[in-house]
Design a protein around this ligand. Sequence first.
Ligand code: ZN
Ligand code: ZN
Length: 213
Amino acid sequence: MTPALALEAVMTHPRYGELIEQLRALAPTHVVDQVDAATADALHITTTTGRHALGVDHVTPTTVEQTPGWLRLGLLDTFTAWLAGKASTCRHAPDPHRPQPVIAAAWRPGVITCGQCIHLTALPRGSDRDRTCDACGRVCAGVEHGDGIYPGMVQFGPLIYHYGTCGDCRSAFTTDTGPTSATESAQQRQPRGAGRVRPRGQRGRGRGKGGRR
Ligand SMILES: [Zn+2]
Ligand SMILES: [Zn+2]
């Protein structure tokens, strides 16, 4: 069993919430506080990015069970690789022991960046990879042919995980507004642009011309 699958098994356990409460009670207060702060920051980024870049006005709470397998396994693979020190990171090397919001993308397995380095997950605009559905692997014709990629993101603790799906896979991914859980998602209703929205990467590229740090 891979670490991701092990974590998935725990998270889908009916008593997961109870387990988390016990772990929180056992962990030193400052660790719980740090994780909570990073999680709150990540949720804030998810919400504001969802509003400004994806054009969604709300973030939908979702549960592990409601998240499709390809999405949660990809997310957990990258997340557990990061915890184990095996992920590729940006040069700021975000450390799971000092929780801060971090970014990963379905199309860049095993890569974790800090909030400033999201451009490292960018794909060449209009490229085949940029038009590839992260769920079924189909290369879409492009939004100008009515076949675009729907960008979405899921927040899991301090991690913000970006993905893009074709129209068919998007409609298969429904989220109910159930009880709040570890995962939050924001998903765009309409495809736009030539491919995925890369909110902060775009700004980063613009600034980069003048000499990026
Ligand atoms: Zn960085
Ligand atoms: Zn698809």
